[in-house]
Design a protein around this ligand. Sequence first.
Ligand SMILES: Nc1ncnc2c1ncn2[C@@H]1O[C@H](COP(=O)(O)OP(=O)(O)OP(=O)(O)O)[C@@H](O)[C@H]1O
Ligand SMILES: [Mg+2]
Length: 286
Amino acid sequence: MGKIVAVTNQKGGVGKTTTAVNLSALLAAAGKRVLVVDLDPQGNTTSGLGMEAGEQSIYEALVGTSDLAPAVEKTDWDGLYIACGDIRLVGAELELAGIPQREFRLKTVLKPVRDQYDFIFIDCPPSLGLLTLNALTAADTVLIPIQCEYFALEGVSSLMNTLNRVHKSLNPSLGVEGVLLTMLDGRTNLGLQVVDEVKKHFRDKVYATTIPRSVRLGEAPSHGEPIHVYDPRSTGAVAYKALAAEFLRRNSMQAPADFAKDAPAKAGKKDGKPDKKKKGKNKKKK
Ligand SMILES: Nc1ncnc2c1ncn2[C@@H]1O[C@H](COP(=O)(O)OP(=O)(O)OP(=O)(O)O)[C@@H](O)[C@H]1O
Ligand SMILES: [Mg+2]
């Protein structure tokens, strides 16, 4: 039965979507069958994978007018499927409020499909509203990206309070998959201090892999491609590959040899300069 992982942090812009897109795409590239559920009305996971929500999206499944199957689409990458989200999800937050068992809707619609996948990732919106509560109720674990910046832990205590509340009342088996440090600029002391602070707080839950700040990671979504397709040699691609390998190891699964051979991106290594030799080679894989 597929493991359901909610990628969550109510703080905006910390790398939730970037992580959901690239980790799920790399796990699919590693031979796993993966579903990504875009639960954010911004629809960034959907567009980041070059997709667009059709008539049936995760919205219809959530508000009970359809089951999930018609909303699931195959992406351009083998093994990677998506339940697209878009602006209609704003309405879901309101409509769900009047539905009995409103926090359990996503869990209910995922149940019949979860054995078709090895992993299901849910990209959460930057809030602790009903959409996120649905994700936390449906999930086995949470993956928490934390941006390496001043006040990085700001808001983490309210996230932890919510997780404790959900654990007590809605989902007693909810666990922490891992804490991921993102957008690290290892050239600054601040970045390294934040790493220390987060490690003190979350200890062995923190992934050894950190994600460096990388211009290429910011560019890839506008091309509708995961980073290992858009620029396989960028520091962002190397880091997310290392994360995928670490994720698989933590789940007692073996990573492909070429995932593990790349060392995690070195903090401080410069990125962002287009690689001239590769120019024009980053065509979408069909
Ligand atoms: N490691 C990185 N280096 C550089 N830019 C990044 C990195 N990770 C993410 N970004 C960029 O930062 C912005 C925010 O990232 P992302 O959308 O993944 O965050 P989010 O937590 O999903 O945001 P939201 O809370 O709005 O959903 C995006 O423009 C993304 O492309
Ligand atoms: Mg997002």
